[in-house]
Design a protein around this ligand. Sequence first.
Ligand SMILES: [Mn+2]
Length: 381
Amino acid sequence: MREMIRLLHLADLHLGWEPSYLSGEKQRERRQRRDKVLKKAVDFALNPINNIHGVLIVGDLFEKYHPEKVLVDEVIRQLERLTSAGIFLLTVPGNHDEITYNGSVYREDLHRWPGFLVTNPMPEKVLSQRINGTQVHFYSLAYIGGLTNTKKIDAFPREEKEGIHIACFHGSLDWDGVPDRSLPLTSRELETAGYHYIALGHYHIALEKRIGHGKAVYPGAIEFKSFNDRGVGELTVVEVENQRMKIEKHSIDIQPFQEKSLDLSSLENMTELLEVCKKDGNSDLFMKYFLVGVPRFHVDHQELEERLEPYFYYVEVFNEAHYFSDEFLERIIEEPTIRGMFAKRMKLKEESADTDEEKGIIQKALLEGLAVIEGRRGSNV
Ligand SMILES: [Mn+2]
C-alpha cells in the first residue's frame, strides 16, 4: 500500500503581536492584518489542491501566554475549520505562549482546544495516529518552568514501531550561545533517536538540516514583524512517502517590505533625494533606506524619514553616507585657498575630537561651511 502523508508545518506565528514602532489606530490595524496569517494558512490547508492531511503548530502560536479573548476565539474558530474537515492537528506551546503560567491560554482553553494539545513537560511519545492510512507516531513536550528539566533528558524517546516517527519540539538546535528559556536540542541526540522528521520551532529564520536519515526543519516566522524579524513569507509542507521526505515551500501573501541602498554621490540636494525616494512610494510597503556614498549636501536622515512618511506604510532611513572621502579632503587641504584653510582647520578639530558625536558635528560644520564658501548654500532644502 502506498503510504504518503502531507503535513503543513507551522511555528512562530506570534499572533497578537503589535509593532511598538507604530501607534494608535495604525498599530491596531497592523496587528489585525498580521494576525490574518493563520487564516491564510488554514485556507491553504483546506484547499484540496494542496492535499494536506495534518497541521503541526510547533510553538509561539501566540505572542503572549494570555492573549485577549477575541483573538483566542478567532484562533480556535480557525483551527476548528481544520479539525471539522478531518485534518489532523497538533499544537505545541512555545516559550512566548508558555503553558507554565496560570492564565496561560493552553490551561484556560485546554477543554476546547481543537485537535491534540501537547501538555507533558518531559519528552515522550504523545500520540500514535493513523493519518491517510499511515501510522504516525508523535514525540513532543511543552516546556514548563520548574517541571521541564532539560538536564534530565538523557535520551529522546523513540518507539520501535512500524510507521513514521515525527518529533515536534520548540527549542534551540545546536545553539552554543547564551542559554535562554527554551529547550536545548542537539543533532547528535536527535540522530540517536532516529526520527524521520523533526518539526521545530523557535528560530525565526527557515532552516533545514539533515539528521541521520531524517530531516530537522525550522519553517521560520511567516509574517513581517520588523526588519530584524522579517518573516519568510512561505508555508512549509513536508511530504513523507515510504519514509522519504520532501520539503516544499509555498509562498503566501504577506505585507511587503523592501530594503534599498541609495548612493547619494550623484545627487545634488535634498529635493532630488526626496524625488528619488518618492518613486518607490507604496502605501502598503515597509521600506528601509540606507544612504551611502559621498554626498555633496548635508543630509538630515530624520527629516527625510518624516517627509517620506506619507508615501509608505512605514519608512526607516539610515545614514551610512560619508560626507567626504579622505582623498577629497586631503586634496583640498593642500589648496592655498580659503576653502583649503577652512578644511584644514576643521580637519584638525575633527582629529582632536573625543567622541564620534563630536566628530559628526564637526563633519557637518565642515560640509555646511564649504557649501557657504562655494556659494552652494541655499540650494539645500
Ligand atoms: Mn518565536
